[in-house]
Design a protein around this ligand. Structure first.
Ligand code: IFM
Length: 467
């Protein structure tokens, strides 16, 4: 099989606002749920916060220049909602919008395609105080915010994504509580999932009416590559339940305008879903131009005999389950190498997802909107950061993408997570996902060997035969 990618394939890198921007209290920005959460003792490793992060807000011009040096063709970033609309309602703040306009202009000046994500987990605190994602109004506020950003950037951004990984917002934020806002209420988590779906649909509609016809609209999901530990009926049922909660709870309404009947049955003792109004599913199924898939590792499950929540399931340890309605499920560490997150390295999960969605929505182009790995990267005595494990990880996953394309998947691009080391949510700065090393005390950027390797792949459009 050839290792050459199709012409026009997008070679990208991704980041998110709260993870890199810093400038948390500048130019009118107000706290988001992640500011509140990270400033709450005990919530984030090391007491780390995103107050300064990688100081990208002040250093974006240098960062864009670095991207250009590395041959990055497309840059996926998220907009901080509370930077552009501090209360989560009402008019936009010009200084906030100006930052993103300047960033986009700088990207264009360096021949890099901007890709906007409207929501990467940083709900304005004011909206959480009014009830957050479990409340329907939050979806309406999101649509209003989407329109404001589209008005400001629509003349210069073609590719838009609404939400990033709504599963994390709903189930880590309101279920297990390991993410902001740190609530542990299974019903709130299910309500949040529906209102995130609604926000996506209404947001996509607001984008479509504000943007020029050439604009393309997508969403970034993190569908689960869920495997049953054995083929026993109990283990297969555990797989089905987790697949419904991890993936189909979002992909079914967004792509097909329905909630899975097995999901409704599994959760019936918790909720009657009466917060799903008649017209919601039609709104959620807004036509999309691409589906973004974020993938890191597969999940192995089996039937469990008791109701104890998973203390650790690859998404952090908690006494509370992020899987409402699927408590009798055990999570297992897959065999093989792991990254610094303890996530197993297994690109076959990505292959399976690409082929699954190719079959399910054959006419919808796919983008890999995140893929990458954390390792314990340190500069050596000469200041060089060698990260051969990351190169091996990227090589294996890109080879899988190429194989999926050969097998018929319409994959249009790949966004490495992440451009640079950043605030890894409840792990703080302890985990480094970047292709570029960030020395936080000095904010020095040092491209790791994987960044040079990726630059060469992007330049040639071809994967070397081995890592
Ligand atoms: O850092 C995160 C990102 O914000 C969302 N997807 C997974 C990444 C690694 O955990």
């Amino acid at each position: 099989m050839t290792h050459r990618f199709p012409p026009g394939f997008l070679w990208g890198a991704a980041t998110a606002a709260y993870q890199i921007e810093g400038a948390a209290r500048e130019d009118g920005r107000t706290p988001s749920i992640w500011d509140t959460f990270s400033h709450t003792p005990g919530k984030v490793a090391g007491g780390d916060t995103g107050d300064v992060a990688a100081d990208h807000y002040h250093r974006f011009r240098d960062d864009v220049r670095l991207m250009a040096d590395l041959g990055i063709g497309a840059y996926r970033f998220s907009v901080s909602w509370s930077r552009v609309q501090p209360t989560g309602r009402g008019p936009a703040v010009q200084r906030g919008l100006d930052f993103y306009r300047a960033l986009v202009d700088e990207l264009h000046a360096h021949g890099i395609q901007p890709v906007v994500t409207l929501y990467h987990w940083d709900l304005p605190q004011e909206l959480e105080s009014a009830g957050g994602w479990p409340e329907r109004d939050t979806a309406y506020h999101f649509a209003e915010y989407a329109g404001l950003v589209a008005d400001a950037l629509g003349d210069r951004v073609e590719l838009w994504t609404t939400l990033n990984e709504p599963w994390c917002s709903a189930f880590l934020g309101y279920g297990s509580g390991v993410h902001a806002p740190g609530r542990t209420d299974p019903v709130a988590a299910l309500r949040a999932a529906h209102h995130l779906n609604l926000a996506h649909g209404l947001g996509a509609q607001a984008l479509r009416s504000a943007l020029p016809a050439r604009a393309r609209i997508a969403v970034c999901l993190n569908p689960g590559a869920i495997r049953a530990r054995t083929q026993s009926p109990g283990d297969l049922d555990a797989q089905r339940r987790i697949d419904a909660l991890a993936t189909r709870i979002f992909s079914d309404p967004m792509l097909h305008g329905r909630y899975p009947t097995d999901l409704l049955a599994d959760t019936a003792r918790l909720t009657d879903w009466s917060y799903v109004h008649d017209s919601d599913l039609a709104a959620i199924k807004h036509p999309l131009d691409a589906l973004g898939i974020n993938y890191y590792t597969p999940t192995v499950v089996s039937a469990a005999t008791d109701n104890r929540p998973p203390r650790k399931d690859g998404h952090g340890a908690s006494e509370h389950s992020p899987w409402p309605g699927a408590e009798r499920v055990a999570f297992h560490q897959p065999p093989g190498d792991v990254t610094a997150m303890d996530w197993s390295v297994d690109p076959t999960g990505l292959y399976d997802l690409l082929m699954r969605f190719s079959r399910e929505v054959p006419d919808l182009p796919l983008l890999i909107t995140e893929n990458g790995a954390a390792y314990e990267d340190k500069p050596d005595a000469e200041g060089v950061v060698h990260d051969p494990e990351r190169i091996a990880y990227l090589h294996a996953h890109l080879a899988t993408v190429r194989r999926a394309i050969a097998d018929g998947a319409d994959v249009r691009g790949y966004f490495l997570w992440s451009l640079m080391d950043n605030f890894e949510w409840s792990y703080g700065y302890a985990k480094r996902f970047g292709a570029v090393h960030v020395d936080y005390p000095t904010q020095t950027r040092t491209p790791k060997s994987s960044a040079r390797w990726y630059a060469e792949v992007a330049r040639t459009g071809e994967l070397p035969t081995s890592a």
